[in-house]
Design a protein around this ligand. Structure first.
Ligand code: AMP
Length: 146
């Protein structure tokens, strides 16, 4: 069965271009829907949850910047399904899985750095998304290691 709704997880760096392009190529022959998702991780979460200052303004700036970058991607790739795309706060794995379920996506596409050494110990979003995914997952190999 061809894929009908492809969810592309984007980190909004320049590296998301090859990931989106791969998804668009896959969708082309069958006219599958392609949607984007980006998750803004709450700053308090990144700092371990116990921060003695108000991060709300910084957090808002981070969200606004992400929105601007998402808009640039929608302009660059007009075939992307804007209505089903999402920008939200949370933990990437959890939010991507939930969205894939809610939107009946049959494929999630993520970028993968093919880490090694110390970076491998830190884990990767691609690996995280693969575990417990509600549908198929395609990891697009990215050249740069980080
Ligand atoms: P990373 O393992 O964090 O280097 O990211 C690898 C891939 O995971 C990226 O190419 C994206 O497909 C996805 N990804 C990473 N961070 C996010 C995020 N905050 N929101 C959505 N997808 C993400």
């Amino acid at each position: 069965m061809p894929y009908e709704h492809i969810l592309v997880a984007v980190d909004l760096t320049e590296e998301c271009d090859p990931v989106i392009k791969r998804a668009m190529k896959l969708a082309e022959p069958t006219g599958a829907k392609v949607s984007l998702v980006h998750i803004v991780e709450p700053m308090a979460m990144a700092f371990g949850g116990d921060v003695p200052m108000d991060l709300s303004q910084l957090q808002q700036q981070q969200f606004d910047q992400a929105k601007e970058r998402m808009d640039r991607l929608f302009n660059k790739y007009p075939d992307i399904n804007r209505g089903d795309s999402h920008l939200t706060y949370g933990q990437p794995r959890q939010e991507i899985h939930q969205l894939a379920k809610d939107q009946n996506c049959d494929l999630i596409v993520v970028g993968s750095h093919g880490r090694h050494g110390l970076a491998l110990l830190l884990g990767s979003t691609a690996n995280d998304v693969l575990h417990g995914a509600p549908c198929d997952v395609l990891a697009v190999r990215l050249m740069k290691t980080s």
